[in-house]
Ligand binder design. Structure first.
Ligand code: ADP
Ligand code: 3PG
Ligand code: MG
Length: 388
């Protein structure tokens, strides 16, 4: 058990809260504010308990000076201030005299958002390489460090794993909730437990597939990922996306767990639905077809718990969103306790109108994958243990 924000007397303290405010922004417009809204509970708790709050977050990936233009957290400070109905100060500096001055002037209830921590990556990758001096400097700005950046908890970065080496630390409400919810599905003894995998990043998901197949009663595979398995089984998958590097992994998985693995039997291609044994050399499957949906329905009918990672098709295009939508519908229809993980899967939930339908939709992509693989996250491991 880790210390949480509730284990500290925050009154009169400067509390550094590391959030994951890495939201999609286009030309200064925030396209999805889920992560901002998910950070509010901890921020509000801190100010309601007499703290002044210093917020840290990254945004995007910053490799050079040009990247700074599109990755400023300034629009996020405006969004936060609109949601909280209170001014949120913004420091364009990630360190330096101006920032120190702003911090020294903070009063109880004030909130200051510091510019993108990854601006420190431009010279020497200081944030991403967990530079000790940078971490120590940020730690010096506050009295207590709270990690509520669930989506970033798998990163060994200065603002995540560095700062808590120097000042008292705890986790925030979002991190606590995410872990409790995921454990709520993983540790329950109800069966059948079904894992649904989709999306396209098979290379990144090998370890995840391996650890989930062990504990699942059935493994449903949809999305582009399924083609590598189907190819290994000898089907002509036309020009659909595959990952040749993973043929041997897929072969081994099918040999060892063949009984558990359910693969699509038809797909939606550009010129209509095709059964998997009807593919021409040029066909590309962009979504699972209606027969596959019925097959998945039969498997899910009795399921008690589901983890879903990765959409069933290229849902961003309306023509290919049916498979993902219908699988979400099935999970709702049978009221299955479901955790959805994966950045694109969470967008699919929002874009296709399934908010609030599931037991849990994680705000983490890589972090949730890592947690499902290892049952631990480095950003949480470094936080102080609670007294037993
Ligand atoms: P997540 O972020 O949920 O872990 P991934 O990043 O692995 O998921 O994959 C998501 C992407 O996979 C989506 O952008 C979607 O368009 C794409 N995708 C899913 N199925 C297909 C398919 N059959 N063909 C092409 N792209 C696909
Ligand atoms: C995410 O969006 O998955 C997190 O914010 C982490 O971002 P990163 O993959 O750039 O470290
Ligand atoms: Mg993704």
């Amino acid at each position: 058990m880790k210390k949480t924000i509730k284990d500290y007397d925050l009154n009169g303290k400067k509390v550094i809260i590391r959030c994951d405010l890495n939201v999609p922004i286009d030309n200064g417009i925030i396209l999805d504010d889920t992560r901002i809204r998910s950070s509010i509970k901890t921020i509000r708790y801190a100010i309601n308990n007499g703290a002044s709050v210093i917020l840290l977050s990254h945004l995007g990936r910053v490799k050079n000076v040009d990247d700074k233009k599109n990755n400023s957290l300034y629009p996020v400070s405006i969004a936060l201030s609109n949601i909280l109905k209170k001014e949120v100060l913004f420091s364009p500096e990630t360190r330096g005299k101006e920032l120190s001055k702003m911090v020294s002037e903070l009063k109880a209830g004030d909130i200051l958002l510091i510019e993108n921590t990854r601006f420190e990556d431009i010279i020497g990758n200081k944030e991403s390489k967990c530079d000790k001096r940078l971490a120590k400097y940020w730690a010096s700005l506050g009295d207590i460090y709270i990690n509520d950046a669930y989506g970033t908890c798998h990163r060994n970065h200065a603002s995540v794993t560095g700062i808590p080496l120097y000042i008292p630390s705890g986790i925030g409400f979002l991190v606590e909730r995410e872990i409790n919810k995921i454990n709520g599905v993983l540790d329950s003894n109800t069966h059948p437990f079904v894992t649904i995998l989709g999306g396209k990043k098979i290379d990144d998901k090998i370890k995840l597939i391996q650890s989930l197949v062990n504990i699942s009663d059935k493994l449903i595979i949809g999305g582009a990922m399924s083609f590598t398995f189907l190819k290994v089984l000898g089907y002509n998958i036309g020009k659909s996306t595959i990952s040749e590097d993973n043929f041997s992994f897929c072969k081994r998985l099918l040999n060892e767990y063949g009984e558990k693995i359910i693969l699509p039997v038809d797909f939606v291609c550009e010129d209509g639905t095709k059964e998997i044994d009807e593919f021409d050399d040029n066909d590309i499957g962009y979504d699972i077809g209606p027969k596959t949906v019925r097959l998945f329905d039969r498997v899910l009918k009795d399921a008690r718990r589901v983890i879903l990672n990765g959409p069933m098709g290229m849902f961003e295009d309306k023509k290919y969103s049916d498979g993902t939508r219908k699988v979400f519908n099935i999970l709702g229809k049978y009221k299955i306790k479901t955790v959805i993980g994966g950045g694109d899967s969470a967008s699919a939930v929002n874009n296709l109108g399934f908010e609030d339908m599931f037991y849990h939709v994680s705000t983490g992509g890589g972090a949730t994958m890592k947690y499902l693989e290892d049952r631990k996250l480095i950003g949480i491991e470094v936080i102080e243990d609670a007294k037993k």
